[in-house]
Design a protein around this ligand. Structure first.
Ligand code: GTP
Ligand code: MG
Length: 447
C-alpha cells in the first residue's frame, strides 16, 4: 500500500552506518527529502520532518539506531492528531456514522466496506441508511452492496433523506443495532444546498462520527475539500478512498496534520474487504518496511475459525491436504482481502507485494482453472487426489474444458505445494520459512 514511501525510508536508513558522520547524514536526509516530495508529501510536512530528524539524530549521536528511532518518532508525531483512531464505538449503541463527500469520491462503496468490516471483523449488527435519494441508481447501488454482504438496508425512494434517516434510526434503536451508517448524496463541488442538507441530517441524527470520504487521486485537493467540510459542518475523521490508484501515496502522510482531523481508514480497491484501518503506530511500522503483524492477525483471526485451522494443520502435517481444503482456503482468503495488502503487513514481504500486484483471486485464470477442475471431480477424488488415474484425468480435463497436460501440471503443482506445506509445518518449519523469505527479500533492515 505504501510501496513508494516505504522504499524511500528504507533507502535513507540503508545509507547510514552503525556509526557515521554528518556528511553521510546530510546525504541520506537530502535523498529522503527528494523522494518524499516526489511522492506528493506536502512540502511543509517534509521540511519539518527532515529538520527534526536531523536535529534529533545529531543530538543523540549519528548512527543507524538513532536515525531509525528518530524517523520512527517523527513519523508517529506527524501521523497522530487529536481524535479517535480506527473505528471507535460510542459508549451507548448504536454508534451513528454520517458519511459525506463530493460526487464519486467513494462514499457508497466505503459505506459498504465499513459495514463489511464491522460485521466480519468486529462481529457487530450493522444497519445502513440510504440517505442519497436523488438518484434511483444510488439506492440500487447500495441495495446491491448490502445484499452482497448481507447487511440490513433502510431505503425508500419516495421519502426525503431526513424522513428516511429518522425511520432508520428508529429501527436501529428498536431492534438493537450496534452501528448505523448513513450514506448521503454527493455534489460536483461544495455548494450551499449540499451543506444545508448535510447540516439538517446532522442535526437530526446527532452522529457520533462524521466521516469525510476523499478521493486519494485528487492529491492536495483532498486536503482542501476535507478542510472546508470540517469548517462548514464539522468532521471527526477522513477516509482516503482509491488509494490503490495513487502510486505516490504521500497525501496520506500529511493529511491528518494538515486537516487537523485523524485519517481513519484507507480504501485500496473496489471490493468489500479492501479497507484498512489507519492506526499511526501500525502505519509507521509499514512505512519503515517492518510490516504490521497486528493488523494481519486481526484480519485473519476474525475470518479464520480456530478449530478449523487446527484441524487443517493436522491434515497438512499428515500430508492429507486435499482439494476440498483448497476450496475452503480460497473462500477464506477472499474474505481477508487482496494478497497484496496482506503481504504488505508481513515484515520483509512488502517488496514481494509489488510482484503480486495483479493477482486477483476472483479473476486469476489459474484459480479459475483449478476451480473448474475441482468441480469436475467426484467428492471422493476431491478428498483423495491419488484416486485420479489417467482415464479420470482425461474426463476431468474434458469436463473442465482444458487439456490433459494442463490438468497434469496443476495436479503436480498441487502435490508439491502440499508437500512443501507439510515440510514447513514440521519441526524446523518456521526457520525454513524465514530462510526462504530472507532470500527473497535480500536482507532487509535491522530492527
Ligand atoms: N479502485 C478503487 N475504486 C474505488 C474505491 N472506492 C470507490 N471506488 C470506485 O469509485 C467509484 C465511485 O464510488 P461510489 O462509492 O459510487 O462514490 P460515491 O461517493 O458514492 O458517488 P456519488 O454517490 O455519485 O456521489 C465506483 O466505481 C467505485 O467502485 C477504491 O478504494 N479503489
Ligand atoms: Mg453514492
Amino acid at each position: 500500500m505504501f510501496d513508494t514511501l516505504t522504499d524511500s525510508f528504507k533507502n535513507a536508513i540503508g545509507k547510514i552506518r552503525f556509526h557515521d558522520d554528518e556528511k553521510a547524514l546530510k546525504k541520506a536526509l537530502g535523498e529522503l527529502k527528494k523522494s518524499l516530495l516526489k511522492s506528493d508529501v506536502h512540502h511543509k510536512v517534509v521540511k519539518e520532518l527532515i529538520s527534526i530528524v536531523e536535529l534529533e539524530t545529531k543530538t543523540k549521536g549519528i548512527g543507524k539506531d538513532n536515525f531509525l528511532k528518530s524517523i520512527r518518532n517523527e513519523l508517529t508525531r506527524v501521523l497522530t492528531v487529536q481524535g479517535n483512531q480506527g473505528f471507535v464505538f460510542a459508549s451507548k449503541p448504536p454508534t451513528v456514522v454520517l458519511m459525506m463527500g463530493l460526487q464519486g469520491s467513494g462514499k457508497t462503496t466505503t459505506t459498504g466496506k465499513l459495514a463489511y468490516f464491522l460485521k466480519e471483523q468486529k462481529k457487530k449488527k450493522v444497519l445502513v441508511i440510504a440517505g442519497d435519494l436523488q438518484r434511483l441508481a444510488a439506492v440500487e447501488q447500495l441495495r446491491q452492496i448490502t445484499t452482497q454482504i448481507d447487511v440490513t438496508l433502510v431505503a425508500d425512494e419516495n421519502k426525503t433523506p431526513q424522513e428516511i434517516v429518522k425511520e432508520g434510526l428508529k429501527k436501529a434503536n428498536n431492534e438493537l443495532y450496534d452501528v448505523v451508517l448513513i450514506d448521503t448524496a454527493g455534489r460536483l463541488a461544495i455548494d450551499e444546498e449540499l451543506m444545508e442538507e448535510l447540516k439538517s441530517i446532522k442535526d437530526l441524527a446527532q452522529p457520533d462520527e462524521l466521516f469525510y470520504v476523499a478521493d486519494a487521486m485528487t492529491g492536495q485537493d483532498a486536503v482542501r475539500t476535507a478542510t472546508t467540510f470540517k469548517e462548514k459542518i464539522g468532521i471527526t475523521g477522513v477516509v482516503l478512498s482509491k488509494f490503490d490508484g495513487d502510486s505516490k501515496g504521500g497525501v496520506a502522510l500529511g493529511l491528518s496534520g494538515q486537516v487537523g482531523v485523524p485519517l481513519r481508514f484507507i480504501g485500496s480497491g473496489e471490493k468489500m474487504p479492501d479497507l484498512d484501518q489507519f492506526i499511526p503506530e501500525r502505519i509507521v511500522s509499514r512505512l519503515m518496511g517492518q510490516g504490521d503483524l497486528e493488523s494481519l492477525a486481526e484480519k485473519t483471526s476474525a475470518v479464520i475459525d480456530e478449530k478449523e485451522a487446527k484441524h487443517l494443520t493436522r491434515k497438512i502435517k499428515k500430508g492429507q491436504f486435499n482439494f476440498n481444503d483448497f476450496l475452503n482456503q480460497m473462500e477464506q482468503m477472499k474474505k481477508i482481502g487482496s494478497m497484496k495488502s496482506m503481504l504488505g503487513m508481513i515484515p520483509g514481504m512488502s517488496g514481494m507485494a509489488k510482484q503480486l500486484e495483479n493477482i486477483d483471486l476472483d479473476n486469476s485464470s489459474e484459480v479459475k482453472a483449478i476451480n473448474a477442475m475441482i468441480s469436475s471431480m467426484t467428492p471422493k477424488e476431491r478428498e483423495n487426489p491419488d484416486l485420479l488415474n489417467n482415464t479420470r484425468k482425461r474426463r476431468i480435463a474434458a469436463g473442465a474444458g482444458m487439456g490433459q497436460v494442463q490438468v497434469n501440471r496443476i495436479m503436480k503443482q498441487f502435490k508439491s505445494a502440499a508437500k512443501m506445506a507439510k515440510r514447513l509445518s514440521g519441526k524446523n518449519g518456521m526457520k525454513q520459512m524465514q530462510d526462504i523469505m530472507s532470500q527473497m527479500n535480500g536482507g532487509g533492515i535491522p530492527r
